[in-house]
Design a protein. Structure first.
Length: 438
């Protein structure tokens, strides 16, 4: 394999990266679109399974006699710990072996755990099934990206990755809307069992559509371990502030998604179906608009040559912090939903900016590692502690007979949004300064 040396904008030591290989292993014709559609469905069902307990939290809480703290544990710590930490070894397995096999195994694992959650009779059993779901879903994106890298031509990989990611907002929309509506009619247990069955069908589709992938041919030019190489990325000030911003995003987004449904149900009297329809449809729409618009704006920002690539999401997060605060104390349900829209938009809008800037800072050939580090930042501390903090504050407010305690707990969302904006503005200045020195 031939190699070319590339340098990141932070001036880190040159790291060899592989050049383009022969295109004989790439799929063509209808297989390209079939692969796109299959990976999109994998992403969508993964996200739907992940957020189903959010919209059904009130029904689960009532039947199993759970506290808000326990609800926070169900939606926070299992996914944060398992999803984030297991993504690294599962990604390594996909790189070294068959990403197709890893992806199918992961789909079957999380689908089985989702279905088992539908027969859970206690908090402990339900929590264990959520750990299982997170463990399976941890391998979805690493294995999916490995499949894209080995089967899709380089000039079409951006489209493939974009369609793969597009499953997240649409999966959330389906999960909130359909999950809430079905739960109202058949109960939350039927929803989880049905979702698990659908996952089994998706696993079969992956086997039928995606053929065996060629083994990955890796350069051995650098022997750095993942941890040592990651530390080198974080040594760059711009990347370090991006990482801080990613942590803050986790503290804003995880409580937002975990408790937005229960907030509308408890404070404004929505049914699960109404909350799921209102929040789910808007979240899906804002996810699509945010990802597409953010991607185009990031491309234009990079092409400007100024290095100021993180201003737009930072300013949107500042706006969202104000509107979200107002939404928590709005007297009317529909007004509260409307005021939550900028927050929904900000999370999707940030994605292409955060990952694109991380790739820019890390340099060519280190994009996947940069993505994984950002995912660790956003996926560990915030999802683990954010919903738990909301639950603790809400329970404490209820014990003190303070009305609308959940709204006070959710104030962590606008506070973390401000922290995200500040971190991104600092990173923006660091990147711009590096461009100016070129």
């Amino acid at each position: 394999m031939t190699e070319s040396a590339v340098r990141s904008i932070d001036g880190l030591k040159d790291i060899p990266c592989p050049s383009a290989e022969s295109g004989s292993e790439y799929v063509s014709g209808w297989q390209v679109y079939a692969t796109f559609l299959t990976l999109f469905l994998v992403s969508a069902i993964s996200q739907a399974d992940r957020i189903l307990p959010f919209i059904m939290a009130e029904a689960i809480k009532t039947e199993l006699s759970l506290s808000d703290t326990q609800v926070g544990l169900l939606t926070g710590i299992p996914f944060a710990i398992c999803y984030t930490l297991l993504s690294l070894p599962l990604g390594r397995a996909a790189d070294r072996g068959s990403p197709r096999f890893v992806l199918v195994a992961c789909i079957l694992a999380w689908s089985a755990m989702t279905a088992l959650g539908g027969v859970a009779a206690s908090f402990l059993i339900l929590a264990l099934t959520r750990f299982g779901v997170a463990s399976g879903e941890a391998g979805a994106f690493p294995a999916g990206h490995a499949i894209i890298a080995r089967t899709i031509r380089p000039e079409r990989r951006g489209l493939a990755i974009g369609l793969f990611a597009m499953g997240l907002p649409l999966g959330a929309m389906v999960g909130f809307a359909a999950g809430g509506a079905i739960a109202d009619q058949l109960g939350w247990r039927a929803v989880l069992i049905g979702a698990g069955a659908i996952g089994g069908v998706i696993a079969l589709l992956v086997l039928l559509v995606i053929g065996p992938t060629p083994p990955l041919r890796q350069s051995t030019a650098t022997g750095d371990s993942f941890l040592r190489s990651s530390a080198r990325r974080l040594a760059a000030p711009a990347f370090r502030w991006l990482f801080v911003g990613a942590i803050a995003v986790g503290f804003a987004s995880a409580p937002f998604y975990a408790f937005a449904g229960p907030f509308l149900i408890r404070i404004h009297g929505f049914t699960a179906g109404q909350a799921g329809l209102a929040f789910g449809l808007l979240q899906g729409l804002m996810g699509i608009v945010g990802a597409v618009t953010g991607g185009r704006m990031f491309d234009r920002a990079v092409q400007s040559g100024t290095g100021r690539v993180l201003g737009p999401p930072a300013y949107l997060f500042l706006i969202a912090s104000v509107t979200t605060t107002a939404a928590l104390f709005a007297p009317i349900g529909w007004l509260s939903v409307a005021l939550l829209v900028p927050g929904m938009l900000s999370f999707a809008f940030m994605l292409p900016f955060a990952f694109g800037a991380a790739h820019l800072v890390a340099g060519k050939g280190r994009e996947a590692q940069a993505t994984s580090i950002v995912m660790v930042g956003s996926g560990l501390m915030g999802p683990a502690l954010g919903p738990l903090i909301v639950g603790l504050v809400s329970d404490a407010a209820s014990a003190a007979q303070i009305p609308d305690g959940l709204a006070f707990g959710l104030l962590i969302v606008p506070l973390a949004s401000v922290a995200t904006a500040l971190a991104m503005l600092v990173a923006n200045r660091r990147i711009a300064a590096t461009f100016a020195r070129r």
